[in-house]
Ligand binder design. Structure first.
Ligand SMILES: Cc1cc2nc3c(=O)[nH]c(=O)nc-3n(C[C@H](O)[C@H](O)[C@H](O)COP(=O)(O)OP(=O)(O)OC[C@H]3O[C@@H](n4cnc5c(N)ncnc54)[C@H](O)[C@@H]3O)c2cc1C
Length: 403
C-alpha cells in the first residue's frame, strides 16, 4: 500500500467484522474495487469469539419481531431480501458442517473460524484488499471520501461504516461509527450495553449470590411487558443466562425484573397433588426434581427468614396462606438490578445510528450521499440466538448490492 500517495478504490469499508466482510465480497463480486480497513490486528474477532467458539451464525426463524429499533419497520426490507436461508445456503456451499442447537439457533459443528474463513475466501476470490492495524485519523468529503490512516490515504466514492457497537473493547470495539455519523450530521440514538448480565448489589442480594453462584435452571424472566423462558444463572455479581441476557435488551435503569423460578408448574397445583397423595416430605425433598438441592436449601432458608415461616415442615403442614407466600417467592421473585455488567461483557450495543436517516433499501445516509452504515452500528438490536449475525449478513449484503 502506498503511504505517500492516494490509494483509490470504488468502496472503502471501515470495519472488517461480520457486516463489513459480507458487504465487501458482495460489492467486489459486482466488479467494485473494495478495500476493508480495520484497526484491530485481526479481522472478524467477534465471529471467532461468538457462540462459545462455534458461532451461532443465524436462526431458522428470523422475524422483524426479533429486533429492537426506534423504527421497528427499518429491518424488514433487508431481512426479507437476504434471509437466513440465503446465509445457510452460502454456508452449505462452502461445505461448513452445522447443527441446530435449540430454538432454531444454528451453530458450526467445528469452529467459528469456518465462518470467518468462508468470508475471507470470498473476499479473496473477488479481489478485496483487507488492511489490519490500520487506524483512521480523519475522514473528509470532497468530491469523494478521503480517509487519512496509519496505512496511507484512501479515497472512494462510497464509504461504508461497519465498525459495530461498543461491546467488548478488547475485541476491537469502538464508538468510532457514532463519531463519523455525528461528523456528517446524522443523529445517534442513546446507546447502552445489551444482551448483558445484571448486577445485584444490596447486602441481602450479595449474601444470596455468595451461596447460589454457579447454579442454573430454567426460568421465565419478565420486564417492560416482555417475557423470556430460558436458562437462568446466578453469578457472583448478579444474574445471567440466556433468559437474563434476552430481557436486558428491554430493561432500563430502575426497572424491576420479575422472575418465575418454576415456570412449567404451579406450586398451588403441586400442593393440591401432594395433599391428595398425603405426601410426608419436606418442601425441599418434594421440589428436588425441579431444582438443584443447593438452591432449595438456600432459597427455603431465605423464604423462612423473609416471611417468618417454618419451611422445614412437611408439605401437608402448610396452610393455604403459607402456600401463597411460598408461591410468591418461587413464581414472582422481583428484583431491581443495580445495573448491568456493561460493555466489558455485553454481546451487543442497543441503540446506534438513527435508522430514520438511513435508506432501508441501500443503507445509504439520506443526508450524505455515498456514506453507508451497516451492522450493529445502526440502531437495530437482535435477540439472542443468531439474530445479530443475521442482521450483519443482511445489511452487509444489501448495502453491497448498491455501493
Ligand atoms: C462474545 C460475543 C459473542 C457473540 N455471539 C453471537 C452469536 O453467537 N450470534 C450472534 O448472532 N451474535 C453474536 N454476537 C453479536 C455479534 O458478534 C455482533 O452483533 C456482530 O459481530 C456485529 O457485526 P458488525 O460487523 O456490525 O460489527 P463487528 O463484528 O463488531 O465488527 C466491527 C469491526 O470494526 C472494527 N473497528 C471498530 N472500530 C474501528 C475503528 N475505529 N477503525 C477501524 N476499525 C474499527 C473492529 O475491529 C471490528 O473488526 C456476539 C457478540 C459477542 C461480543
Amino acid at each position: 500500500m502506498q503511504t505517500n500517495e492516494i490509494n483509490s478504490y470504488d468502496v472503502i469499508i471501515i470495519g472488517g467484522g461480520a457486516a463489513g466482510l459480507m458487504c465487501a465480497h458482495t460489492a467486489a463480486a459486482r466488479g467494485r474495487r473494495v478495500v476493508v480497513l480495520d484497526h484491530a490486528n485481526k479481522i472478524g474477532k467477534k465471529i471467532l469469539m461468538s457462540g462459545g467458539g462455534r458461532c451461532n451464525f443465524t436462526n431458522l426463524e428470523v422475524k422483524p419481531s426479533h429486533f429492537l429499533s426506534a423504527n421497528e419497520h427499518f429491518c424488514k426490507s433487508a431481512l426479507s431480501r437476504y434471509s437466513s436461508a440465503d446465509f445457510i445456503e452460502l454456508v452449505a456451499q462452502h461445505g461448513i458442517p452445522y447443527h441446530e442447537k435449540t430454538q432454531g439457533q444454528l451453530f458450526c459443528d467445528n469452529k467459528a473460524k469456518d465462518i470467518l474463513n468462508m468470508l475471507e475466501s470470498l473476499c479473496q476470490t473477488y479481489g478485496v484488499d483487507i488492511l489490519t492495524e490500520c487506524s483512521i485519523s480523519r475522514i473528509e468529503k470532497n468530491t469523494t471520501f478521503v480517509c487519512h490512516t496509519s496505512c496511507g490515504i484512501f479515497q472512494a466514492e462510497s464509504l461504508v461504516i461497519a465498525t459495530g457497537g461498543k461491546s467488548i473493547p478488547s475485541l476491537g470495539a469502538s464508538g468510532f461509527g457514532y463519531d463519523i455519523a455525528r461528523q456528517f450530521n446524522l443523529t445517534v440514538t442513546e446507546t447502552d450495553a445489551s444482551l448483558v448480565p445484571f448486577i445485584l448489589t444490596s447486602i441481602e442480594q450479595q449474601a444470596l449470590l455468595e451461596q447460589l453462584a454457579g447454579i442454573s435452571f430454567l426460568a421465565e424472566v419478565s420486564c417492560n411487558g416482555v417475557s423470556f423462558k430460558d436458562g437462568f444463572l446466578f453469578t457472583h455479581r448478579g444474574l445471567s443466562g440466556p433468559a437474563i441476557l434476552q430481557i436486558s435488551n428491554y430493561w432500563q435503569v430502575g426497572m424491576a425484573v420479575k422472575i418465575n423460578l418454576l415456570p412449567n408448574q404451579t406450586l398451588k397445583t403441586l400442593f393440591i397433588q401432594w395433599r391428595a397423595q398425603k405426601l410426608k416430605q419436606t418442601l425441599k425433598n418434594a421440589l428436588v426434581e425441579f431444582f438443584p438441592k443447593r438452591f432449595l436449601e438456600v432459597w427455603l432458608v431465605s423464604i423462612a427468614a423473609f416471611s417468618r415461616l417454618n419451611t422445614d415442615k412437611t408439605v401437608l403442614d402448610y396452610s393455604n396462606a403459607e402456600v401463597d407466600i411460598v408461591s410468591q417467592h418461587f413464581h414472582q421473585w422481583t428484583v431491581t438490578p443495580a445495573g448491568t455488567e456493561g460493555y466489558r461483557t455485553a454481546e451487543v450495543t442497543r441503540g446506534g445510528v438513527n435508522t430514520d436517516e438511513i435508506s432501508s433499501k441501500t443503507f445509504e445516509s439520506k443526508k450524505q450521499p455515498g456514506l453507508y452504515f451497516i451492522g450493529e452500528v445502526l440502531d437495530v438490536t437482535g435477540h439472542l440466538g443468531g439474530f445479530n449475525f443475521q442482521w450483519a449478513w443482511a445489511s452487509g449484503y444489501c448495502a453491497g448490492e448498491f455501493v
